[in-house]
Design a protein around this ligand. Sequence first.
Ligand code: SF4
Length: 290
Amino acid sequence: MKVIVADSCGFCPGVKNAISVAEKILGDEKNVYCLGPIIHNKDVVDHLAQMGLKTVDSIEDIESGTVLIRSHGVSPEIIKKLRQKGLKIVDATCVLVKRVQKIASEFSHQGYQVVIIGDADHPEVQAVYGCAKGAIVVADEKDLHKIPENSKLGIVCQTTKGPELFNRMVAAIAGHGFAELHVVNTLCRETVKRQQSAIDICKKVDVMFVLGGLQSANTRTLATLCKKYNDQTFHLQNFSECAKSMIFGREIVGITAGASTPDWIIEDFIKNLQSFDSGSNVDKTADKSA
Ligand code: SF4
């Protein structure tokens, strides 16, 4: 069995930074909270919980202490409420997400109707929405009716979406009618690299595994993309979810992982493939086509 691992996969810089910031403050302080899971990976959340990180759903659940802002960021309104409560804020918002927030806010101040291409229920999108008064979120063409005709539009996109959706939606919005259109490509380059690397691999393998949390938006996008090019694609959280039938008789296996998937999940998956395939050697190759 030959295993090809995507050159770009696993933790992205924004996630790495949020985790290292969390580990640092947990070493120094007690009463550290995170609004929502720090990343969409249960093992990492559990590991940080053991170190003392308390994950809560709302500000009301926090009495005192320090609040860690995860890489998705939060709206200015939330920051204001945290300050009003006298809580210490440690901001680990990814710089690329901060950039989207800044662009949306500037558009709004310049009189543009802000349009965010993305999922309305995603925390990053909610935070960007909170930076631009009256912003409109469009997930796909079905949402175009929300955009007022002949308006001056300022368009940004959820960082973890793919170029295909972004290009398609910009064209659809342009076709919908506008007075002025200002589009900024706010896609995360790391995400785009991961997507391209995954597409390249899944075209040449018998089976493709996309590893990562089921709630992780970027992992789900990776899985949907891979499925498009290889119908033998499986989105798994770890090797315990891998049925023998998924790998039995396969000669070339591809692996990629979302931005919130730790390296050890990928390494463990490869090790288990090795044990399964003990009759022959697993040839682990890093894909260089990305
Ligand atoms: S996926 Fe990109 S934008 Fe999102 S946290 Fe990671 S580096 Fe930042």
